[in-house]
Write a protein that binds this ligand. Structure first.
Ligand SMILES: C[S@@+](CC[C@H](N)C(=O)[O-])C[C@H]1O[C@@H](n2cnc3c(N)ncnc32)[C@H](O)[C@@H]1O
Length: 334
């Protein structure tokens, strides 16, 4: 999404780039150090517009990155789905859905100013009317909380699910420890309601990170266009390497293979091997340390192995179980 395409459709026109950068700083403070003032930005057209210019543009690529965590078959299945974008803000994930899948969406958003901004963007950029009411019952629904469950809380989130009866529920939230705690609470409630976990857990048993100092989160590496890159540099914010808390639930039974493991942490390489902490399902979910010797991989495999980040899935064979870790061979990625 190019900023120059977006600017004419903001609710507030910034006098200068410096004014925009200042407003981005104010929102960022509200998101981090002044959480008690979190809803203030939703009442000010200047801050809603700054959110749109900065966070909408830098959050949009997250959808594609998160989709890449899924199999090709699953991505195909989702093409026929209606998105219910809960806490849509200016329509970040609805726009991403439109760009990526070409699909339709409904936005459920409590802030009148955000709805106004979303409306202006949809009509300005695509000439279409923003939808704020769920009507089409025929299509399967994917209910997505994009950086919104942490603002509304678990109870309000579950209420949206009950009211809309979706087939899929996704969280794409900030990758912080606090958000992970909330996501765990949400996970527990979803399991009680008989939902299946598609991502990141490879089973429904107790999370091995529950109660630990560490927390499960993912990393994605995204690229922005030049205008957006410039804005992130002026705002002194890294929006390329993003920690996320992603969860995907679905109604249908999900089958995970015993030979699969989810990378939860990429450790520094040793002289002769890659090392990861992974989560796998061995009757129950558990954490293990995996070691993959360089010598087991060809040059062509090296690139895809180097690109593995926390959140990626690997398929493996055990070479040797040793004290405190397991030496493996990769089946995929190849
Ligand atoms: C950080 S913004 C995220 C916007 C957008 N989804 C994104 O990822 O860029 C959180 C949004 O959630 C909305 N929100 C908070 N509580 C809500 C609730 N109970 N119902 C609907 N929207 C809510 C806020 O108004 C705000 O627009």
């Amino acid at each position: 999404m190019k900023l120059s395409d977006l600017y004419p459709h903001l609710l507030y026109q910034f006098a200068s780039e410096a004014d925009l950068v200042k407003a981005i700083g104010e929102i960022s403070t509200a998101f981090t150090t002044e959480r008690h003032k979190i809803d203030q930005y939703l009442k000010d057209p200047r801050l809603v517009s700054a959110y749109t210019a900065f966070y909408l543009t830098t959050n949009i690529p997250k959808l594609e990155a998160v989709m890449n965590f899924l199999s090709i078959e699953k991505r195909e299945e989702l093409k026929n789905v209606q998105l219910i974008d809960v806490g849509a803000g200016p329509g970040t994930f609805s726009l991403a859905w439109k760009e990526l899948i070409g699909g339709e969406s409904v936005m459920l958003e409590s802030s009148a100013l955000m709805r106004e901004q979303a409306k202006k963007l949809m009509s300005g950029l695509y000439g279409i009317e923003a939808q704020f009411k769920v009507t089409d019952a025929a299509k399967p629904k994917l209910l997505l909380f994009g950086h919104s469950l942490n603002e509304m809380g678990v109870e309000a989130g579950l209420k949206y699910i009950k009211e809309n009866n979706p087939q899929y529920v996704w969280l794409i939230e900030p990758g912080t420890k606090e958000v992970f705690q909330m996501a765990l609470e949400f996970r527990e409630e979803m399991l009680k309601l008989n939902w299946e976990i598609q991502y990141p857990c490879l089973g429904n048993s107790k999370c091995p990170m529950n109660g630990s100092e560490d927390w499960c989160h993912q990393f994605i590496s995204v690229r922005h266009n030049e205008e957006v890159e410039r804005l992130t540099q002026l705002a002194h914010r890294d929006r390329r390497n993003l920690p996320l808390t992603v969860f995907m639930f679905e109604r249908k039974k999900v089958n995970h293979k015993n030979s699969e493991a989810r990378i939860v942490r990429v450790m520094p390489k040793t002289k002769f091997s890659h090392e990861w902490v992974v989560c796998l399902n061995d009757e129950n979910l558990k954490l293990e340390k995996f070691q993959l010797p360089f010598k087991l991989n060809s040059k062509s495999e090296k690139k895809s192995i180097e690109a593995l980040l926390a959140g990626c899935l690997i398929e493996f064979e055990t070479d040797k179980s040793l004290e405190g870790y397991r030496r493996i061979r990769l089946i995929s990625p190849e």
